[in-house]
Design a protein around this ligand. Structure first.
Ligand code: UTP
Length: 290
């Protein structure tokens, strides 16, 4: 079965970016000139996704407006002959009916946010993208995973190796090698201390799930940090169905973290034809200064 639907959980509070995120959703922070959520949406569309499901919360109207028409702005750009910008703005709006919004009335955790989209997804496999994880690669990571899903027909999460001292920032896997560079997950633990981590294989925010995951998310079991954790539902799903870890190709930036966000800006800016030369020159002067 084809993966046609993708969930974008965007109901978190983004406390690590306060005060910037007091009145603006974290997902609208720009990496160079695009909000981070737009990178995730473009990745999903380039991977064949047909329906975009946003799980939003209070104060996220800027995000909804971003993916909608802005007649006044379009009109002004048209009158000023700014055709390139006009085209950029118009191309942001997904086809009518392909974007769906639901609300998570309280930020009870990522697992709960995904569960909020259960009726929109229905009884079919689906993808989940966390915009915080921004990945630079020619072939979008979700596309890579969908290709793998066509072979494995099972739930899957993108993984990478982290330094042992960083395990407490991620969901960490206990896994055994499977085919084609994938691993078969035996268990998972959310944000373990390095001493308790079963490996240094960490999950990042790209998933494909069978709809069975909703049964376990619906149990609303509270886990690490008192939140309804996706990791706990995945561990429960393992009793029933296999889940694979997929080693993605690409460079990943954690845009949910201040340092990671700045690194993403630097990396994308250094590839941006309009600003890369100016930026390189500036970096050189700074390197020599420090
Ligand atoms: P984070 O753990 O990064 O939390 O959520 P956060 O609230 O966004 O940010 P900080 O830690 O306070 O700075 C990971 C993803 O899960 C979503 C977030 O929007 C983000 O995409 N999420 C988290 C929800 O949609 N609902 C929640 O209740 C929690």
């Amino acid at each position: 079965m084809k993966i046609k639907k993708a969930i974008f959980p965007v109901a978190g509070l983004g406390t690590r970016f306060l005060p910037a995120t007091k009145a603006m959703p974290k997902e609208m922070l720009p990496v160079v000139d695009k909000p981070i959520i737009q990178y995730a949406v473009e990745e999903a569309l380039a991977s064949g996704i047909e329906q975009l499901i946003f799980v939003t919360g209070g104060g996220k109207t800027a995000l909804e407006n971003h993916f909608d028409r802005s007649y006044e702005l379009e009109d002004t750009l048209r009158k000023r002959g700014k055709d390139d910008l006009l085209q950029t703005i118009e191309s942001l709006v997904p086809k009518s009916g392909t974007i769906v919004y639901t609300r998570q009335s309280e930020p009870l955790g990522l697992g709960h946010a995904i569960w909020c989209a259960r009726d929109i997804v229905g009884d079919e496999p689906f993808a989940v993208l966390l915009a915080d994880d921004l990945i630079q690669n020619d072939v979008p990571v979700l596309h890579q995973m969908i290709n793998e899903f066509d072979r494995l027909r099972a739930s899957m999460v993108a993984i990478f190796e982290v330094p042992k001292e960083e395990t407490s920032k991620y969901g960490i896997l206990e896994a055994e090698p499977a085919h084609n560079g994938t691993v078969r997950i035996k268990s998972m633990i959310e944000k373990p201390d390095p001493a308790e981590a079963p490996s240094n294989l960490a999950a990042i925010g790209r998933y494909i799930f069978t709809p069975k995951i909703f049964d376990y998310l619906g149990m609303h079991k509270k886990g690490a940090g008192g939140e309804i954790q996706l990791t706990d539902a995945m561990v429960a799903l393992l009793e029933d169905q296999p889940i694979f870890g997929y080693r993605f190709k690409g460079t990943r930036f954690d845009c949910g973290d201040k340092a990671g966000f700045q690194m993403a800006n630097l990396a994308f800016a250094l590839e941006h034809p309009e600003i890369r030369d100016t930026l390189k020159e500036y970096i050189n002067t700074q390197v020599h200064k420090n």
